[in-house]
Design a protein around this ligand. Structure first.
Ligand code: NCD
Length: 300
């Protein structure tokens, strides 16, 4: 592994190595040392969990970070090209972790610089580090990744997290329920990928009536910033809300995951049930990202 750009670049072995490394880091069985290592965090789009968990991951390993959040104060404002900015940041750091609204931006960055590049989200395309922390959360709650029944609910069209997660879980023989308003269905290219691998999926409009046979329900918000027409957003916003009452007949080890931020798609009455796992999931992001950085920098 030189870079981490798309879930499709990872084999089952790569994923299992990452899971195993994250688990050993969490248990304290391995303690990667990033002393004198600097990660450049280039976040051209807003972020809370991804940016802070990468920052935390680096600092917990005795490394450090340099951070660009937005483009406000950088020479991009003076007309510097993206390639020149990247080449410059590469002079100061050991690894570049970047988020952009442009699909393919991280792949492009990996071509421009010699350092490892990590895609922390590129538009509506991919979010592989989120998928890895999601997998880690699934292993921790289900004891396995193989042959699970997963519901993906929400904005499956513009949500990059669900694109990466669907591709990742397909490697482990998952069966899917895709739950979304018709306008926000899973893109055809992802469905074609799944069909090619003989992965079963069904599509639904409502959460209600569709969760009792699931191991995991993964909920996402409607990605307002990706809508070309604000009127389309108005039509679909608030179209699904998970609440505590809907969880009466779920499986024993059933868990609700969400990459967060949530808007209104999970009622807060779900938070103190045994099924809510989204905040521990965010914590798992630190272990998963420690594993990603250590493997890419060959420190484990
Ligand atoms: C997600 C993202 O940025 O794609 N957030 C995250 O990284 N935890 C999901 C979202 O913004 O809805």
């Amino acid at each position: 592994m030189k870079n981490l750009i798309s879930m499709r670049d990872l084999s089952k072995e790569d994923i299992m190595r990452l899971m195993d490394t994250a688990a050993k880091i969490e248990k304290g069985e391995i303690v990667p040392n990033m002393q004198r290592k600097l990660a450049a965090l280039l976040f051209f789009e807003p972020s809370t969990r991804t940016m802070f968990s990468f920052d935390t991951a680096m600092k917990r390993m005795n490394g450090d970070t340099i951070i660009m959040s937005g483009t406000g104060n950088t020479s991009a404002k003076k007309g510097e090209t993206f390639a020149d900015t990247l080449q410059t940041i590469a002079q100061y750091s050991d690894i570049i972790i970047m988020r952009s609204s442009i699909e393919g931006a991280a792949r492009y960055a990996a071509e421009v610089v010699d350092l490892p590049v990590v895609n922390a989200g590129d538009g509506a395309n991919q979010h592989p580090t989120q998928a890895l922390l999601d997998l880690y959360s699934i292993i921790k709650t289900q004891g396995k990744l193989d042959n699970l029944k997963i519901g993906l609910a929400g904005d499956l069209r513009f949500g990059r997290t669900v694109h990466s997660l669907a591709q990742a879980m397909a490697i482990f023989g998952a069966e899917f329920k895709f739950i979304s308003p018709s306008f926000l269905q899973m893109p055809q290219y992802i469905k074609d990928d799944l069909a090619e691998k003989d992965i079963k999926y069904e599509e639904f409009n409502d959460i209600e009536g569709n969760i009792d046979d699931l191991d995991i329900l993964y909920v996402t918000r409607v990605q307002r910033e990706r809508f070309a027409d604000p009127e389309d957003y108005e039509k679909v916003k608030g179209s699904y809300v998970l609440n505590k009452k809907m969880l009466q007949n779920v499986k024993k080890y059933f868990k609700v995951l969400h990459p967060l931020p949530r808007v209104d798609e999970i009622h807060t009455d779900v938070d103190d049930t045994e099924f809510a796992y989204y905040f521990p999931q965010a914590k798992n992001g630190v272990y998963a990202r420690q594993a990603i950085i250590s493997i890419l920098l060959e420190e484990v």
